[in-house]
Design a protein around this ligand. Structure first.
Ligand SMILES: Nc1ncnc2c1ncn2[C@@H]1O[C@H](COP(=O)(O)OP(=O)(O)O)[C@@H](O)[C@H]1O
Ligand SMILES: O=P(O)(O)OC[C@H]1O[C@](O)(COP(=O)(O)O)[C@@H](O)[C@@H]1O
Length: 304
């Protein structure tokens, strides 16, 4: 079974404003809201590509109830831990560019935090735990490292999508798959990474530190898959970006969904990249049809 853990879920509030004026009254030309948070996005895309998962994490208030009800409507299993404050609302403002304003989220108490550990303790050999998204300020910064260690002890594979130097500590727990984008990869090593050639050595360092498979996503520049045996580069098809929110999570979901079905890492990479682009070209998350239409257009070449 695949479990996704979203410590800080969100209601994503998408706003399109033409000619946005800071400090002035602006009226939206389009608005929508969906459940958000990286792990939740992964589960929603997994469902769309035909793979079941269960959503774990902390939710609270009316926004938390909205998320839980929405996921149930989509037939996605949830086992959330209820907290007192309201789950946050993250604003995704699209004007000439995309601006994100992410809320802090509610406080997590020790007793609630310990419930999550009990859930991870019940993982079994062969399960997959996806840890994705930011860690709320009320929780320890090394939480992903502790959860990864515990999951690994149960025989589960761990997938991590997070940013910051904390990922350097998490890779020591030998995660099965990590997916930094090229900006996050550069931040980890205090360098600026703009090209695939610049990214490869840092992806290989993450392998040396313990990661088993590293995908470095590079938005419209595509993505790299770095493993101990080879390096592959995927190009992405051209398209009109409608909303890139969730593109990274869709890549993770597409990769995992394909991998659990046939175990072919390169095909999983291809499907993941197609899923990321399919989401970027959609107002919301990608559908199975969107992904299938892009898979044949993803060119993959071995470059190392
Ligand atoms: N502008 C784009 N054009 C085509 N594909 C895109 C675009 N932006 C994102 N994608 C797809 O989504 C994947 C993840 O996007 P990226 O922005 O790198 O991740 P994150 O959202 O984690 O930063 C990319 O590897 C690519 O496949
Ligand atoms: O665009 P990505 O990286 O795939 O993730 C998008 C998701 O991440 C969020 O921005 C939350 O990110 P954080 O957990 O890092 O705050 C959600 O609002 C959104 O659903």
């Amino acid at each position: 079974m695949i479990y996704t853990c979203t410590l800080n879920p969100s209601v994503d509030y998408i706003l399109h404003v033409n000619d946005f004026q800071l400090g002035d009254l602006n009226r939206v030309s389009f608005e929508a809201h969906y459940p958000g948070g990286k792990g939740i996005n992964v589960s929603r895309v997994l469902k769309r590509v035909g793979v079941e998962s269960q959503v774990l994490g902390f939710i609270g208030g009316f926004t938390g109830s909205y998320i839980e009800g929405f996921l149930r409507e989509e037939g996605i299993s949830t086992n959330f831990i209820r907290v007192n404050g309201d789950t946050r609302i993250n604003i995704k403002l699209k004007t000439k560019s995309e601006t994100e304003i992410n809320g802090q989220g509610p406080e997590i108490k020790d007793s609630q935090f310990r419930q999550l550990f009990k859930q991870v303790e019940s993982l079994q050999d062969g399960d997959i735990l996806v840890l994705a998204g930011s860690i709320p300020g009320s929780l320890p910064g090394n939480l992903y490292q502790s959860l990864s260690k515990l999951a690994k002890k149960q025989g589960a594979k761990v997938v991590v999508d997070m940013s910051g130097k904390a990922l350097l500590d998490v890779v020591k727990q030998e995660p099965f798959f990590i997916k930094p984008n090229h900006h996050e990869l550069g931040e980890m090593f205090d360098v600026i990474i703009e090209t695939p050639e610049e990214a490869i050595p840092y992806g290989q360092k993450l392998l040396e530190f313990g990661a088993k498979h590293v995908v470095i996503s590079m938005a419209e520049k595509g993505a790299l898959l770095v493993t101990k045996d080879a390096v592959y580069q995927a190009s992405v098809s051209k398209g009109t970006v409608k909303n890139s929110v969730g593109a990274g999570d869709s890549l993770v979901a597409g990769f995992l969904g394909a991998y659990v079905q046939d175990g072919d890492i390169v095909q999983a990479f291809r499907t993941g990249v197609a899923s990321g682009s399919a989401t970027a070209f959609s107002l919301e998350l990608c559908t199975w049809e969107d992904v299938q239409s892009l898979v044949p257009k993803v060119e993959i070449k071995r470059i190392g």
